[in-house]
Design a protein around this ligand. Structure first.
Ligand code: ZN
Length: 272
């Protein structure tokens, strides 16, 4: 396979580690060019530092570290403000003027499309229409990413997601072993991400679990600071063998493939 270029579009630093790190490490190891773009610096993430510019800087440094582990050739931030998340989920009332959720879709998409054109990207990853677990910035990644691919004519668009069927099974099982914080409600995952039957790509990334775990660990501020109910903190507590089992697969939906398609590589063209 000749080298190709894949652009991974994420909302915040650490999303790449959770959702697509194994695929990124795999493509880089295969000789493809891997580019990481985040919409925001994640300056409203929860951390000991407290939200703000300093946290944004710290999180960008963590992002560069994660990107280095994964073999990324380029890292860009679109420079939008982290919209944050209200305690009840959904859009926070108090948010920065340039919050990504308030961004003009066309304008943001044009900025991303410029990178796609520069890179002559063969593939762009965005998020599923549910925005994963529903963070407003993740919903915006879906909208902006979809439009950017249209503008730039990027041939392959993959929605990075999680197969929620085994995730729900795992969370219910984990709830019996680990003590989740009271705010952590497993039921919120019932409409999150994507149902197994809609998923077209199941990428086996078990060989890259070391890199994936290192990418997660690079986001120190999100794994250790503030409340410990964040996904990353919970995930990093998972022991090695279980981790490889759980994080051994990354899932994507490619909407232009016939439903029921099952392929294993991002560049697999699917059934002819
Ligand atoms: Zn995020």
């Amino acid at each position: 396979m000749p080298p190709r270029t894949a652009v991974f579009f994420h909302a915040h630093p650490d999303d790449e580690a959770l959702l697509t790190a194994g695929t990124m490490a795999m493509l880089a190891a295969e000789g493809h060019r891997v580019v990481l773009v985040v919409a925001t610096a994640g300056e409203r993430g929860l951390a000991d530092l407290g939200p703000g510019e300093a946290l944004g800087e710290t999180r960008m440094k963590e992002l560069y570290q994660s990107a280095a582990v994964l073999g990324c050739a380029r890292v860009e931030c679109l420079g939008y403000g982290d919209s944050g998340l209200s305690p009840k989920g959904g859009v926070a009332d108090e948010r920065p003027d340039n919050a990504f959720i308030d961004a003009d879709t066309e304008k943001a998409a044009t900025a991303l499309a410029e990178i796609l054109r520069e890179e002559e990207a063969d593939l762009l990853t965005i998020y599923d229409p549910a925005g994963g677990y529903g963070h407003p910035d993740h919903l915006q990644v879906h909208r902006v990413g979809k439009r950017a691919a249209e503008i730039a004519g990027t041939p392959i668009v993959l929605e990075a997601t999680v197969n929620r069927d085994p995730l729900l099974r795992l969370l219910r099982l984990a709830g019996k072993v680990y003590r989740f914080p009271p705010e952590f409600d497993v039921r919120t995952f019932e409409s999150a991400y994507a149902a197994g039957e809609t998923i077209t790509h199941r990428v086996n990334v078990r060989r890259y679990s070391r890199q994936k775990r290192a990418a997660m660990a690079a986001h120190v501020s999100q794994a250790t600071g503030g409340d410990s109910d964040r996904t990353l903190a919970v995930m990093l507590k998972v022991p090695g063998p279980l981790y490889r089992l759980v994080f051994g697969t990354e899932w994507y939906v490619r909407r232009d493939l016939p439903p029921g398609t099952r392929v294993r590589h991002p560049f697999d063209p699917g059934p002819k």
